[in-house]
Write a new protein. Structure first.
Lengths: 322, 389
């Protein structure tokens, strides 16, 4: 008890503050799982929890004159709050900590978001699948994805970047959404790497650069749902304009009155593609599944199904997957 | 996920206590820190939610650190600063410090050192780590209003009761109740207290079903009378002069074990400090600014002096005069030596949060809450239980 007989210290005089809060003490980094556009995800061992394996996401936050930006705090607060619901289709956020300022006077803070570690993502799951997934597996995975998206939307979170790479597949085959909720934090800092962001799941409104909302996630989910059937991306463009061509070749070029205003690209710059029958592209797929995906891949975001609409679609309700 | 509720024995064996600060003194520091956050926040026109969030951060922080290591007024400023950002009512750090300076004596402000802003900003990261980035905090206010909407009876009397309950919730921030009970439970208890004191007898309410004995059964199950009384007493004790007598003005630099004289004879009269912060011997009743859309106004000041006039509802629990010798301490559990700035205990020290927010998706079973320590002298109260919607 007598170990602290010093006078109350000035915080500035304690040079060791950062060191004492180093995450390295709690987590042992094992290897890099992935490098995204905004940061690196490590596989790590939680030394305080019996060596449990976790996924640690490192995010660099630029400090302002008044410390940690409000938007970052709000986003972390919301992620923490969401965690209390323990939604089965959302990856568990186990801990948040910071690694201190990397250098004295360096105006950035390294945050670590510690998530449960899920062995594989949907991308590798589909690659490794020896053959087509069973109808029931596809339906249950589709439902999982849409449940997670609906949960986020009901908390006013737009994922913005849904793709097989950040959909995690647990050993029991459940799907969990990851990598969301930090959009504003990402926006306020420079990109850490020059990793090319995949365009395949981007909806037309994002590619055209107009305002967007929760409907973007429904589009992306629609692309993923189609991929569950074929195990290949539905719309694999290599650049923004080619991605739009891919989209219009599938759903048809929108009519002039549907084309959003204030877009630099004019509708006539695309050939007048007629809409294709989704059944031709997704052969042997359940007609209700086709109908659902069709409703998700609608050009006008306002006419697209919502995530809740999707969950109530006969494809699920007629079969009661859960 | 961190779990933020503690048994009474945990609240006695705090880092400050293990650091040689008596419980009575710690309670006083907590009260003064909370009071200071309320005063600073009110002066800066911050809403009740921001102020309450700041106070909860403050109480949680000192479950992991000693008042000797972290001076309470700096921590208080930092808590308010962070709460402002989280509740989207941000205030500049330098403005908070300016108000703090106006509220504190020169001597007390001296602890902020040469560069007060840097002190507070440095602490922000320690605070965030200590409260584990668990930034969103719920408060009893919203529940008060929700419950009031269901109660039947004379409108004016109901309004008066809610105003009184609102004040009790404000004042409860100066206690450690937010470390003991969920906001729902505190709201029920303090509405119950306000009902008793304002003679508003709730006989009927919307949504009543035969198995309900009291209105709160509709919202929180298994609340016992012992639990309600215990919570009410903790708030009422704030108004009793005896609770304000112990503890030195600031944590001693040496543990009292080495300076027994300091603690042997607690002063009989409340401290008479010139600082407005230290004057706690009058009832601590300051309304916190209300939300614009809430019609219920904070109680008028003339209510404050009426509290002591009410006879206690039941024998007071711990208003005995301070003992002449230091109260026997709880045995200190063997463990690593206490080091300032020590890493907070791992999150799994407590069971995970057991009160899920209102269920978003159906089919989630409501989990039973763990039993809590007994409230002397009665049997342990069963934990309240939130029925699924």
């Amino acid at each position: 008890m007598s170990s602290s007989s010093t006078s109350p210290p000035s915080l500035n005089s304690i040079g060791d503050v950062n060191a004492l809060f180093q995450t390295a003490k709690k987590y042992e980094e094992l290897n890099v799982i992935g490098t995204g556009a905004y940061g690196t995800v490590y596989k790590a061992r939680d030394l305080h929890n019996g060596g449990q394996i976790v996924a640690m996401k490192k995010v660099k936050v630029a400090l302002t004159e008044d410390g940690i930006p409000l938007s970052t705090l709000r986003e972390i607060a919301l992620l923490r709050q969401l965690e209390a619901y323990r939604h089965p289709n959302i990856v568990r956020l186990l801990d948040v900590c910071h690694g201190g300022q990397s250098l004295e006077r360096d105006q950035q803070l390294v945050l670590f978001l510690v998530f449960e570690h899920v062995e594989q993502d949907l991308e590798s799951y589909l690659k490794r699948a020896p053959g087509p997934l069973s109808e029931n597996r596809i339906r249950s995975m589709s439902y999982d994805i849409l449940s997670g998206v609906d949960f986020l939307h009901s908390h006013r979170i737009v994922h913005r970047d849904l793709k097989p790479h950040n959909l995690l597949v647990t050993s029991s085959g459940r799907v969990k959404l990851a990598d969301f909720g930090l959009a504003k934090t990402y926006d306020t800092e420079m990109k850490l790497t020059s990793v090319v962001v995949t365009l395949w799941y981007r909806p037309p409104e994002v590619l055209l650069g107009v305002s967007y909302n929760t409907a973007v996630d429904v589009w992306s989910s629609g692309c993923v749902l189609a991929q569950l059937h074929t195990r290949a991306p539905l719309l694999a463009g290599s650049c923004d304009s080619e991605q739009l061509h891919c989209i219009f070749r599938l759903i048809g070029r929108p009519a002039k009155h549907e084309w959003p205003q204030n877009v630099s690209i004019v509708v006539d710059s695309f050939p007048d593609y007629p809409p294709q029958d989704l059944a031709d592209i997704l052969p042997r797929v359940h007609p209700q599944a086709l109908d659902l995906i069709k409703g998700m891949l609608v050009f006008d975001p306002a006419k697209r199904l919502t995530a809740l609409d999707c969950l109530e679609h006969p494809y699920f309700t007629d079969h009661a997957p859960h | 996920m961190p779990y933020w509720y503690y048994d009474k024995k945990d609240l006695l064996n705090t880092p400050s206590f293990r650091d040689g600060i008596l419980n009575e003194a710690e309670n006083r520091y907590r009260k003064e820190g909370a009071r200071f956050i309320i005063d600073t926040g009110s002066k800066m026109d911050l809403g009740y939610n921001t102020v309450a969030t700041g106070v909860v951060y403050f109480h949680r922080f000192y479950m992991f650190h000693s008042f000797r290591t972290f001076p309470r007024y700096i921590t208080a400023c930092c808590c308010l600063f962070l709460a402002g950002k989280v509740e989207e009512t941000p205030k500049k750090c330098k403005d908070i410090i300016k108000v703090a300076k106006s509220l504190l004596t020169e001597q007390k402000f001296g602890i902020f050192g040469e560069d007060p802003k840097e002190e507070v900003m440095t602490l922000e990261r320690i605070l965030l780590q200590t409260i584990k980035f668990d930034l969103q905090v719920e408060h009893p206010y919203g529940y008060l209003l929700k419950y009031a909407k269901c109660l039947k009876g004379d409108k004016a009397k109901l309004q008066k009761m809610v105003q009184m309950a609102w004040t009790f919730v404000n004042d409860s921030l100066c206690t450690t109740l937010c470390l003991q009970w969920e906001p729902e439970v505190i709201a029920v208890a303090l509405m119950f207290l306000a009902g008793k004191l304002s003679k508003f007898d709730v006989v009927d309410w919307n949504g009543r079903i035969p198995k309900h004995n009291a209105w709160w059964d509709m919202f929180v199950e298994d609340i016992t009378m012992e639990l309600l009384e215990d919570i009410c007493h903790q708030v009422l004790d704030l108004y009793s002069p005896q609770t304000q007598q112990t503890g030195s003005d600031s944590p001693p630099n040496q543990p009292p074990a080495k300076q027994p004289k300091n603690e042997k004879k607690p002063s009989v009269t409340p401290p008479t400090s010139a600082s407005p912060i230290a004057v706690v011997s009058k009832p601590v009743l300051t309304p916190i600014k209300n939300g614009a859309d809430i019609k219920i106004e904070p109680p008028k000041v003339d209510m404050r002096f009426s509290y002591p006039a009410y006879p206690p509802l039941y024998p007071p629990m711990y208003n005995a005069p301070p003992p002449a010798i230091p109260a026997p301490r709880l045995p200190i559990p063997p463990g690593p030596p206490i080091i300032p700035y020590s890493e907070p205990p791992p999150a799994n020290r407590f069971p995970p949060v057991n009160v899920p927010p209102p269920n978003y998706y159906a089919g989630m079973p409501a989990r039973p809450l763990p039993p809590r320590g007994p409230i002397p002298p009665g049997p342990p109260p069963p934990r309240p239980y939130y029925p699924p919607p």
